[in-house]
Design a protein around this ligand. Structure first.
Ligand SMILES: NC(=[NH2+])NCCC[C@H](N)C(=O)O
Ligand SMILES: [Mn+2]
Ligand SMILES: [Mn+2]
Length: 298
């Protein structure tokens, strides 16, 4: 992996309805993200935070909450990432709710013909305004990135789609809405649900996922939603779902990604310090980043 990392914070909470996730970037910095990566020999440039509009929360009917402000922030994020990529640096994005993956993917996909995406999450985030039970855009970024959704989102940075459905691997799914299940089948998206993780073990899941991506992609982005982990290990998230991936399994997954050396960008999202237990979830994110960037005990 590249030795120069640019950190971009996105204090966004407009893609969902619970306050506090906008403090995620601060919580991860406070938990020592920068020092941890520096101690591994990386050169870190903390680019600070993207500015997020503070609109009156527009509840835009039941459909796409805060659409305009979410789209604007993602345009800014895509530009900021583009700048760092042109400097040949590895973009590491700290969220913020998962709607920021729209801008992250818009920014990181440009140099690649076939960007792969690992979506580490309890959810599929494959909803549209029509299928969403909540109207929350953080439940939609993966659909948007394959070109499905409102054009204010699918066309961020002036082009779309950003990724091909067959280049996506979802890991940790255990809460999928009806429309998401249909889309997964229709588009042939590869999914390792908790069932496969229990059954095969994380080692085989990651071996398969890495081999699958190696075959067809020329770069890989990791989008890690902390709610992919079990709420006992990562309680500070807005939409927790029981029966998740353990801390140990997640470390193993990160270590295997580090060994494979396939990642070209990453993001950690959905850390909500208000719902957390003494910054535990931000600390877990920093620990996982350590493994992801090559930390070893011996
Ligand atoms: N990034 C997340 N935490 N997404 C949760 C989405 C929950 C639900 N599927 C929805 O669309 O509202
Ligand atoms: Mn999630
Ligand atoms: Mn998510």
């Amino acid at each position: 992996m590249k030795k120069d990392i640019s950190i971009i914070g996105v204090p966004m909470d407009l893609g969902q309805s619970r306050r506090g996730v906008d403090m995620g970037p601060s919580a991860m910095r406070y938990a020592g993200m920068i020092e941890r990566l520096e101690s591994l020999g990386y050169n870190i440039d903390d680019c600070g935070d993207i500015e997020i509009g503070r609109p009156e929360r527009d509840h835009n009917g039941p459909k796409l909450k805060n659409l305009k402000a979410v789209a604007e922030a993602n345009e800014e994020l895509a530009k900021a990432i583009d700048k760092e990529i042109n400097k040949e640096r590895f973009p590491l994005v700290l969220g913020g709710d998962h709607s920021i993956a729209i801008g992250t993917l818009a920014g990181v996909t440009k140099p690649y013909k076939n960007l792969g995406v690992i979506w580490y999450d309890a959810h599929g985030d494959l909803n549209t305004a029509e299928t969403s039970p909540s109207g929350n855009i953080h439940g939609m970024p993966l659909a948007v990135s394959i070109g499905i959704g409102d054009s204010a989102l699918t066309n961020i940075a002036g082009f779309g789609p950003k990724v091909k459905p067959e280049n996506i691997v979802i890991i940790g799914a255990r809460s999928l809405d009806k429309g998401e299940r249909e889309l997964i089948k229709e588009k042939g998206i590869k999914v390792y649900t908790m069932h496969e993780i229990d059954r095969l073990g994380m080692t085989q899941v990651m071996n398969e996922a890495i081999a699958y991506l190696n075959e067809r992609t020329d770069g890989v982005h990791l989008s890690l939603d902390l709610d992919g982990l079990d709420p006992t290990d990562a309680p500070g998230v807005g939409t927790p779902v029981n029966g998740g991936i353990s801390f140990r399994e997640s470390h193993l997954a990160m270590e295997m990604l580090a060994e494979a050396g396939i990642l070209t960008s990453a993001e950690f999202v959905e850390v909500n310090p208000i719902l957390d237990d003494k910054n535990k979830t931000a600390t877990v994110a920093v620990d996982l980043a350590g493994s992801l960037f090559g930390e070893k005990l011996l």
